[in-house]
Ligand binder design. Structure first.
Ligand code: ACO
Length: 429
């Protein structure tokens, strides 16, 4: 295969190098395009733009394949844990026992928030969305660790990364408790990552939350399945901010903001709200499917469709099976699960969805699991953010480790007014 592409512009032909990825993906490198041709590319929504070369995560959206550092998501979901997977994503390899212990110990040592940070929680109204609190508090953390200020640097990166992975969970639990008017619960050194989060969310000073292994496992799986997903909106945001050499916490706080929207991580909350509204209206999903196909209705089938997957999202398959398992294990019958399954069946047999290759994504069933284990709906996207933290950190590190990293700065095609003369206010119509 030719390693060059030919581009004809204005009667002249130009050669553009082709970059081939390890999985055979092909990209036309256009880094010199403007210098040589005077043109830039235009790609609204970046659907065809490779913004970087990365070694972290591989997705084949046509075949429904997802791999972290080469390992299929199905194998990691079955055999790994969130923390082992976090190590894999950030450091590139599955850890030995000793390395895993070292990684976990560092997380344990860095789980506690600076005591003064607790006062910041007091200033948020009880109605504040936990995603707003999360992004604010992650950013505020920069103030408490002077080593983080100034340009990002490799020194003490492992400690800062551990702090972020560990404290995002503490901040998340504190923000939930603030919204409930409950006192904060400190992390316990003897509990593992996910169990500790549940403890901080649901224990009371007078009574420890009863940790059920199947609940801990289900939430750990949700974290693991969200841990990375190549250049999605929030990860691309983290890389964009990191490219200016902003610190790790500032970059991650920006990622949380990007994740919040309902077209991205906020979809998990939107799915449950959609299912609840369908349920409350007495519909079994059939009427809603019609509305979702009608562009004037304003309705979308939330949890369906994906920019990259044009096949079943492999995470959705795993989550759907886990959903059945956990609900039956906890003896819960959720009418929203029945509606979700009915919607899926109808959509997968409807030409509108089939022709557009719209399949369930990771958010379609995850909310039903979270509901079953007692996570409130406004915390769903926060759970996603906790899970995605290792992926954001791995992407940040990739920029930090690359001596050739440049600031990200896209161009545009200007379509506004051409030059005109300033009109004093008294002369304006
Ligand atoms: N319901 C109904 N129609 C849809 C849906 C949906 N969920 N998703 C896409 N479509 C339609 C579009 O209207 C469009 O139709 P048209 O060709 O007739 O104009 C066509 O399918 C292509 O959709 P786009 O919006 O161009 O797809 P895009 O790649 O830009 O967006 C997105 C992907 C945002 C995920 C979209 O499918 C969507 O809004 N889904 C619902 C929200 C959601 O679940 N988001 C979570 C994504 S996963 C994640 O971020 C973790």
């Amino acid at each position: 295969m030719s390693k060059e592409a030919k581009l004809a512009v204005g009667g002249q032909e130009y050669s553009l190098p082709i970059v081939e990825g390890t999985e055979g993906e092909l990209g036309i490198a256009i880094g010199k395009l403007r210098d040589t041709t005077g043109h830039i590319t235009l790609d609204d929504g970046y659907g065809n733009t490779g913004s970087c070369v990365s070694n972290i995560t591989f997705i084949d959206g046509e075949k429904g394949i997802l791999r972290y550092r080469g390992y299929p998501i199905e194998q990691l979901a079955e055999q790994s844990t969130f923390i082992e997977t976090a190590h894999l994503l950030i450091n590139g390899e599955l850890p030995s026992r000793d390395k895993l212990r070292e990684f976990s110990d560092r997380l344990t040592d860095n789980a506690y928030l600076h005591e003064d940070m607790r006062y910041h929680f007091e200033s948020f109204p009880v109605t504040a969305h936990p995603m707003a609190i999360l992004s604010s508090m992650i950013n505020a953390s920069s103030c408490f660790y002077p080593g983080l200020m100034g340009p990002a640097n490799r020194e003490r990166f492992d400690t800062h990364a551990a702090r972020l992975i560990s404290q995002v969970r503490t901040i998340a639990a504190y923000s939930y408790r603030k919204s409930k008017g409950f006192p904060t619960i400190y992390p316990k050194r003897n509990l593992k990552y996910t169990a500790n989060f549940l403890h901080m969310m649901f224990s009371q000073p007078y009574e420890d939350y009863e940790l059920k292994p199947e609940v801990v496992k289900a939430l750990d799986l949700i974290f693991l399945l969200h841990a990375d997903h190549e250049q999605n909106c929030s990860t691309a945001t983290v890389r964009m901010v990191a490219s200016s050499q902003a610190n790790l916490f500032a970059s991650a706080a920006a990622g949380v903001c990007a994740l919040w929207g309902p077209l991205h991580g906020g979809a998990n909350q939107a799915v449950i709200e959609m299912l609840q509204a369908i349920h409350d209206s007495g519909d079994d999903g059939s009427r809603f499917i019609q509305a979702a196909k009608d562009k004037d209705s304003g309705a979308r089938l939330m949890g369906f469709g994906h920019r990259v997957y044009k096949n079943y999202d492999p995470r959705a398959k795993i989550i759907k099976a886990a959903c059945d398992r956990i609900l039956s294990g906890l003896h819960i019958s959720d009418p929203l699960l029945d509606i979700a399954k009915h919607l899926e069946e109808q959509a997968l047999n409807d030409s509108y969805f089939v022709e557009r290759r719209l399949y369930p994504n990771v958010d379609f069933y995850s909310g039903i699991i979270m509901r079953a284990i007692g996570i409130p709906v406004e915390m769903f996207t926060v759970i996603f953010a906790i899970g995605r933290m290792p992926g954001w950190i791995a992407n940040f590190k990739e920029i930090l480790d690359n001596p050739k990293s440049r600031i990200s700065r896209p161009r545009q095609i200007y379509m506004g007014a051409t030059e005109r003369q300033y009109v004093p206010i008294e002369e304006r119509p």
